[in-house]
Design a protein around this ligand. Sequence first.
Ligand code: F6R
Length: 605
Amino acid sequence: MCGIVGYIGGRAAAPILIEGLKRLEYRGYDSSGLAVYHSGIHIVKTAGRLSRLEEKAAQLPPGTAGIGHTRWATHGEPSDANSHPHTDCTGQFAVVHNGIIENYRELIADLKTRGHRFDSETDSEVVPHLLEELWTGDLAETVLKALPRLKGSYALAVMAGARPDELVAVRQDNPLVIGLGAGEYFIASDIPALLAHTRKVIILEDGQLARLTREGVAVLDRTGRAVDARVTEISWDAEAVEKGGYPHYMLKEIFEQPAALRNTLGRYMDRDGGISFPDCRLSPGDLAGIGKISIVACGTAYHAGLLGKHLFESVLRIPTENDLASEFRYRNPILGPDTLLIVISQSGETADTLAAMREGLRRGARVLAVTNVAGSTMAREAPNVIYTAAGPEIAVASTKAYTTQLAVLALLACHVAQALGREQEYFDELRRGLRQVPQLAEGVLAAVEPRVQELGRASTEWRNAFFIGRGLDWAVAQEGALKLKEISYIHAEAYSAGELKHGALALIEEGVPVIGLATQPELLEKTVSNIREAKARGAVVHAITQFPLLLADAADACIELPQLPAALMPLLAVIPTQLLAYYAAAARGLDVDKPRNLAKSVTVE
Ligand code: F6R
């Protein structure tokens, strides 16, 4: 999970590459490096943040072609030597790589028998040495000769000292886009890195190679035959990926939720409440034939999927299971033609979720992907797709992707209910509720932010926190606890409120903060009793609820929400928990958008 950039044109390459890397830092950020051509290849690289690379890059000669990389270590610790670009024994080739070369040990052993020397502990370094061995005088041809030797996944950008006016990029199971400017061309792992320069892009397919010169871009297939690649016009503008006046992307993205929800709902629901999904080809007959639904995802996307189980199983009575993608394939799940496998992923590149999707396809299940990124591997491989229209999510902690995933699942359940002719009244109410969500979310953001900011400041004293709730409140509790721990590094546990007394209550003592979610009317009485149990042991309880009067004497404080149908309450209830995580991290002076040890796009298993 790294970020790749490349540039060839008439301007100095290094500043453009560094700007591009800054936009990709979310993909990984423990080390970085650049190579530029100026009478030979010059490389600078360093462990640590991009600011260190920027200092070092000042020593580079001016060159108008180059490649760059920001890394999140998988093989070998973050160090200068393990940073990319890597080179061969002669320094003639520079290569940046995202992915994993699975057979790198065999390749290294083989290359060493012929005298190759390796400077790093990475799998990636085998690539420049292979190019050195296979060099034909033509860079694209040499790269194509090397590819059959590589097992695993890769996006590669390559330059050669002998071919100063050319860059080569190639992908297999890792994203890569080519930006088309006027007399200048770009390579990037993701679109945000290109938007300052162009909106015209070619999204490379697996096995395709792009050859970039100052005259243009040629796309070739594995056999070297020219391919007619489709040029896509990107509608996001560069400003959409800037912070827009907020101190952090995460806060900006939390506040973008009303707009993201409006866009997502507007895309699929017409004024009369009719719902259609243009990229989903499941007919009413297909939907009627579904005997079981499997919802598979990781992290926050998994938490969003829990709403799917509630709507499909508890309401529509279709047996539904939720799985973590990293577990799914290894438990030999029962999947067949009557299974609808729903995979959810903001990035559309998460390795475990992709693997689960491919397993479903292999076993003949009907597959539907919910993703935020058009052109992602998931979007391209899934036969049916519903996009969350959240816009680019840059902060590592997922916020607006989660709420738009919830909205898509609610829309999908309405659509399935229509197809099956079931529970019309319930889903009519849900549709009416969905229309209100963007405006209510706006209201919640404005109303709760000052209170939660204060709570965030007070949380500098916290060492542990509990998030408790029942039913869908438990789902939100899981998301709230994940957000708090990943951003603020406060240990947080999500507990089903009714389960507390079976063990975890022992951890509740004087002053322990408990966030009590109480938004599900049918479970309210029981949740309130569980909150009282915690309070009686000394917990300081902050309740998130639309029933403040009922919680008045059970909780120490209430964060009040407006009313919506119960199944939609997670869309509002999660907002105070997102803000709490944000303000707790900000109060501790932490790097909110880039929490330690984490990356935005997890492209390894
Ligand atoms: C948490 C977070 C992660 C992601 C997970 C899946 O804030 O962002 O838990 O939700 O890595 O990522 P996607 O949705 O891209 O598959």
